[in-house]
Design a protein around this ligand. Structure first.
Ligand SMILES: NC(=O)c1ccc[n+]([C@@H]2O[C@H](COP(=O)([O-])OP(=O)(O)OC[C@H]3O[C@@H](n4cnc5c(N)ncnc54)[C@H](O)[C@@H]3O)[C@@H](O)[C@H]2O)c1
Length: 117
């Protein structure tokens, strides 16, 4: 069993990923600001933190693995405001993550490659 952080866990991909991780017996926490995510996507047994990934360094918990899915997923807003969209993908620089939040620097932006934990 791994202790896993899913950013964007209340979104489409994050919620489906969490279902899979819970089914596999992992301990899962979501960090999501609910900008596009919804409570209806929440999965029983997962823990949900309503906050922006900008505040990830304030988390008191420590994780084995992070799936980073919190992002601007729609195309048009990235054309309308590219700087804001760039912020979403670059806000979690690795030096900030380790060692305070993560037990290991096992950080993935591609869930499909790391489902076997
Ligand atoms: N849905 C697809 O078909 C698809 C395909 C390829 C890639 N992706 C990528 O996968 C990721 C997730 O996509 P999705 O379809 O689940 O989108 P989504 O909008 O359903 O989920 C994104 C989640 O991130 C949260 N979020 C956004 N900014 C945040 C922030 N600053 N702090 C905390 N939470 C924040 C939102 O509230 C939402 O719950 C995106 O990077 C998207 O570009 C999606």
């Amino acid at each position: 069993m791994k202790t896993i952080l899913v950013t964007g866990g209340a979104g489409f991909i994050g919620s489906n990923l969490i279902k899979k991780l819970i089914d596999e017996g992992h301990n899962v926490t979501s960090l999501d600001n609910y900008s596009t995510g919804t409570n209806e996507n929440e999965v029983k047994k997962a823990k949900y933190i309503n906050d922006d990934i900008e505040n990830i360094v304030k988390l008191k918990m420590r994780f084995d693995v992070c799936f980073h899915l919190a992002a601007q997923s729609r195309v048009q807003p990235s054309f309308d405001d590219p700087q804001e969209s760039l912020f979403f993908v670059s806000v979690v620089p690795e030096p900030q993550l380790s060692p305070d939040v993560f037990k290991e620097s096992d950080i993935s932006a591609n869930a499909s490659e790391t489902l076997t934990l």
